[in-house]
Write a protein that binds this ligand. Sequence first.
Ligand code: ATP
Ligand code: MG
Length: 520
Amino acid sequence: MNDIAPALGIDLGTTFSVVAQVNRGGMPVTLPNVEGTPTTPSVVFFDGDRIIVGAIAREAMATDPELVVQLVKRRIGSEWIFEYRGVTYHAEHISALIVKKLLQDSQRLTGSVNQAAVTVPAYFNDTMRAATRHAAEMAGVEVLGLLSEPTAAAVAFGYDKRPVELRGIVVDLGGGTFDVTVLEFDHNDLIVKGTGGDAYLGGANFDKVLFDYFVDQFDQSQRIDVRDPESLSIEEFTQVSQDWLLRANRAKHDLSVRDRTVVQLQAAGLSTRLEVSRESFEKMSAVMLDEFSEKITDVVHTAGFSMKDFGVVLGVGGATRMPMVQDRIRSLFGTAPDTSVRPDEAVGLGAALYGARCQMEDGHGLMIEREAHDFIENMKVTDVSAHSLGISVFEGEGGRRRMEVLLGKNTPLPDVKSNTFFTMRAGDTQIVVPVLEGDSSVPDECLRIGTVVIDGLPANRPAHQPVTVTMSYDRDGILKVTARDDSSEKSVSTVIERTGQLQTASSDLAAQAVKNAIVL
Ligand SMILES: Nc1ncnc2c1ncn2[C@@H]1O[C@H](COP(=O)(O)OP(=O)(O)OP(=O)(O)O)[C@@H](O)[C@H]1O
Ligand SMILES: [Mg+2]
């Protein structure tokens, strides 16, 4: 078989996205976008007939905020919608537009490569993973695999440093999500031991803290609360808030290298000059930093380790550049974060290596240098699930419902587990199996992620019939559930009906709009 070009690695970030590929010399490198930068803002601007993605879209936040969509990754798999010119877009359609731009720009450099490994936060559940995969497919990508972002960063680090035996922890504080992953390098194997995080903690929260501070300070000096509808109309407020959020973001970056910064705020025809010190920014951020520490210790302990057990702490994600985050890492682990692989590119680079690995698994040889080829071919990556999955069962006759876990948190992927349960009533012609995700034994405290239904059973079945439920996780962390009625041997073997899955006519229209979109 002829050698083929290496696949892409796509890091679809909350605030920035990255595309990378292993070059002929065997090094993973980022592929710059048309604008010439290695990272592309994950921002979409609906500009009439054209859809603009990236830096220009980000700038349009200040001038046309109602036509700009950002931070969409936080909404993936949810009911959130954005309507434009009669088309209803869900988050996965917006993500698809971002991927379309990434793919298009990368193909200027690669020709026609459309295979890719795509990364997702470790914390993403089955629904979010499936939605991400679908988004990439809508954009024309052939998805070879999904990989958790911190695991991808560890792949990039392992490839660069080639540790023989090393236990590490990845602390990935990005724009919108926070992931912590404990792992071990053992010769060619990278084995994830545990993962966790917070889907709602990232750099954007720090922007928001500064923004709230701006609002208070403006109110103090100008006696105008910009949030009060009597002071500003909704349109004015939207404009002011997008503009101030950009200023907050700039101030945050400034405070990573300076101990004070100056911000000029304008609203309702008034202007205020505000000085912010690093010290006061750190005080405002104390609650988030405490959450950050808590999550880390939680993941370390759940994985069965202590804070002293790590030979390396990988600092990943742009927000780990903040001195207060670095200080916190130092005080938790007694060592500074390793940022030898660039924090905002590491995930994309690792994804490219993983994509190349997937191609080799599929039997392809790649057009890359021999030694690199051998290393990637022998590399083995074992990820884990971030959530416990199970089904809702009754505890005995007339008993309470209980979450019965089949695949526990931190299960190495892929995996399959089965369990037999008993029906309650005689004559039931249908069995409904609610699929739950969560760490509580109380079903109401878990997330119902879907349902599997066995229909058309004979009407004369007695009570207490065995039903075998099998759950399998594929390597991408995507779930399949089958339920079999053991007496009739009737089974339903479908990928679960996911809560929040898009199957409506309006989503077909949006998929078509994505396909036809002229993306710049
Ligand atoms: N020098 C810096 N100082 C402070 N914050 C920074 C700096 N550089 C980048 N950031 C912040 O890092 C965040 C972006 O990081 P990154 O690109 O890793 O996130 P992402 O991949 O978009 O998000 P996620 O991984 O959560 O989906 C932004 O909030 C950005 O403001
Ligand atoms: Mg990221």
